[in-house]
Write a protein that binds this ligand. Structure first.
Ligand SMILES: [Mn+2]
Length: 247
């Protein structure tokens, strides 16, 4: 069983197309989508069309919840752009997505943790930065989820952890945006440090889950130009470099 995991696409169809082509080239049994699919200044409806046609096992992230339930006046610019551009059919698709999914072969999908869609699973907020969380904290966040492989997203930081009992937790990173200023549970900055679209492949082998992290080049200049046209200067440098502050 070879599974490709995509997360945090954030409406970046430029990156998604390149990542899907890379997955096709490598060949996998299954591709899954961990949420935060559309929010952002780029191409929310076009991204939804592409993904709806693929019908991948998909869960919703906090941004899907926010787009569906928040008052538009209270939305951030990324959720507002998605909300204003998607159709009722896209909205119905999002509304039908489950928050978590248990798959065959002891695989569990969640956006942030098995229990909520906003707390980072593998990182803690320390001095305005997301730092690797101690294993005990990760075990607490796992709770009673006993899948041998747990995929999570949300932080956009590609990372693999292994609990004492042997469970592995994989964040494939973000397909669509490699740096951002976050606000929960306090202000912080994430900078993956390169513009490549990220995803991961996990394969169950006799020795256990073998995990490959992939960084895919794509036309980030076109994506950045579109972000510029939409007045999202914060996304322009993030798309081109994987940094929001320092270069
Ligand atoms: Mn998220």
């Amino acid at each position: 069983m070879k599974i490709a995991a995509l997360s945090d696409i954030h409406g970046n169809l430029f990156a998604l197309d390149a990542v899907l082509a890379d997955i096709d080239r490598r060949g996998v049994d299954l591709t899954v989508n961990l949420g935060d699919i559309l929010s952002g200044p780029l191409l929310p409806p076009e991204t939804a069309d592409r993904l709806m046609a693929l019908n991948l096992p998909t869960i919703r992230g906090n941004h899907e919840r926010q787009v569906l339930t928040m008052n538009p006046d209270d939305m951030g610019a990324s959720d507002r752009h998605a909300n204003e551009t998607i159709t009722d059919a896209h909205r119905d698709w999002l509304a039908a997505l489950p928050p978590v999914l248990r798959m065959e072969d002891e695989v569990f999908l969640c956006h942030a943790t098995p229990y909520n869609d906003v707390d980072c699973y593998l990182e803690d907020l320390v001095d305005g930065e997301l730092r690797p969380a101690p294993l005990q904290r990760i075990a607490e966040r796992t709770g009673t989820c006993d899948a041998s492989l747990i995929f999570c997203g949300h932080s956009h930081i590609p990372k693999l952890s292994r609990l004492a009992g042997g469970q592995v937790i994989v964040n494939p990173g973000s397909v669509g945006i490699q740096a951002y200023e976050g606000h929960h549970p306090g202000p912080h900055t994430v900078e993956v440090g390169s513009p490549h679209g990220r995803y991961a492949i996990a394969e169950r082998l006799p020795g256990g889950w073998t995990v490959e992290f992939v960084a895919v080049p794509y036309d980030w200049d076109s994506a950045a130009r579109l972000a510029q046209q939409r007045g999202r200067q914060d996304w322009v440098q993030a798309l081109r470099t994987g940094f929001v502050r320092t270069l």
